[in-house]
Design a protein around this ligand. Structure first.
Ligand SMILES: C[S@@+](CC[C@H](N)C(=O)[O-])C[C@H]1O[C@@H](n2cnc3c(N)ncnc32)[C@H](O)[C@@H]1O
Length: 221
């Protein structure tokens, strides 16, 4: 993926071209309506999780990382809820944009590559929130991405993943999103030393037509 740093070329699937997020954000020139995943609101499945499960797992002030934060809708919601949020994205344009939308918390947003995390971010977070980034990368990058997600967690930390679910007999696509099956998600987590905490939710989202999603919570095995 061209915005993922200098080693990107060596990780690209031979038959799948990576998506250039930085180019998309830059071309949008400040018009959020052309960013397909951005509607100005936090992810509803994340909000429900924080309403129902979050309070039993996290206290106010817990350290939460928002991975691939884009324009920062999810991060702003978590700041509003009182968590100590670090939101990062590999796109400088996205991070600048998110900061402009939340100037009071501009220091919460930073440029970082999940595949080349700075030491300051690793082993630090009580919760890592990953929404739609895993599915945006060529499938052969997923284990490395999951390794990055796992390395963000402190020893008692949890990882919340929300992604598009791969359905049986779904045709392969050249473009993201590349949906993830429930088996693959569990196996990727296990390959990075994580185990499921509770069960995976498979649900239709509120889009028209609805999109099948997975939501799962993981912790160190
Ligand atoms: C499909 S968007 C989802 C954005 C946001 N999570 C949401 O749900 O609205 C994927 C995001 O991941 C970011 N991204 C892609 N590769 C990344 C990487 N290696 N490290 C950090 N962020 C990355 C992109 O720039 C983009 O903002």
């Amino acid at each position: 993926m061209s915005n993922a740093g200098p080693v990107a070329d060596t990780r690209v699937d031979s038959d799948i071209a990576p998506f250039d997020f930085e180019h998309l954000y830059r071309s949008a020139a400040g018009d959020a309506s052309v960013i397909p995943w951005s509607d100005g609101h936090p992810n509803p499945a994340m909000v429900t999780w924080f309403d129902v499960i979050g309070p039993g797992l996290l206290r106010c002030g817990c350290r939460v990382a928002v991975v691939g934060c884009g324009l920062g809708e999810d991060a702003r919601e978590l700041v509003r809820r009182g968590y100590d949020v670090t939101a990062f994205d590999s796109s400088q344009t996205a991070v600048d944009w998110a900061r402009r939308l939340d100037p009071a918390n501009a220091q919460s947003y930073q440029v970082a590559d999940l595949l080349e995390l700075p030491a300051a971010l690793t082993h630090r977070f009580d919760l890592v929130v990953e929404i739609y980034t895993l599915q945006s990368m060529p499938p052969s990058w997923r284990q490395e991405m999951m390794n990055g997600l796992s390395s963000l967690l402190n020893s008692r930390g949890h990882l919340l993943v929300i992604c598009r679910e791969e359905l049986p007999d779904e045709p392969c696509s050249d473009e993201p999103p590349w949906p993830v099956s429930s088996q693959d998600l569990v196996s990727l987590a296990s390959g990075s030393g994580l185990t499921m905490d509770g069960s995976l939710d498979s649900f239709d989202d509120d889009q028209d037509p609805p999109v099948r999603r997975l939501r799962g919570l993981f912790r160190n095995a």
